[in-house]
Design a protein around this ligand. Sequence first.
Ligand code: IPE
Ligand code: MG
Length: 227
Amino acid sequence: MDGNGRWARQRGEERVFGHSHGVESVRACVEAAAENGVRYLSLFAFSEENWGRPESEVNTLMGLMLKAIADEVDNLKKQGVRFRALGDMGRLEPHLVEAIKGAEDYTATPPGVEPVLDLIVFLSYSGKWDILQAARRLAADYASNPSAMSEAGADELASRLVTAGIPDPDLIIRTSGESRLSNFLLWQAAYSEFLFVDTLWPDFGKKDFRSALEEYSKRDRRYGKVK
Ligand code: IPE
Ligand code: MG
């Protein structure tokens, strides 16, 4: 979700104005995803690198996250959306972690009941961090049996990523005209389709989401094989 700052600047406003409008795009995309049969929607909300922004902007973003959770959690539950947040939670303020846990528990479905949509918000996340923490856990798990480590396959590492159990993304959309992955799901994006659009995130609505799905439906995924 990129382009909030530029969207605000274009209107002669502070960057935070763009971030608060960005929340409306999130709401629209969650609805569009649920309406169009998307089973998992992942949002890159705050990267590990974003901690390097001015403290006031970081605080605003965290405050917006807290407010969005409080405002939207009932609506999400009503739509059958299960909320989850993934990332380096240890870096977040305890009250935000508590709110996240509360929303995760509140929107969780009973065993055997599939949610309509899994909404996964990546917070304080980076792809390199994820691979590193998975590698560390893998090494720790094999510490008593190092010779077995050489047999460990890719699935052994994947099952220790924070996304364990979540399918790899079929489509990754980046807004605002930037054409890079910026340390998002590095491992998981191995065979994802990419869509780069010029639209700034606060302008990205249901129509744009549907167009992205339409574009995805035209892609020919061969996974390195021939058809
Ligand atoms: C995306 O908008 C929001 C976050 C990264 C948290 P930006 O804040 O990156 O907006 P630009 O790129 O400066 O326009
Ligand atoms: Mg940006």
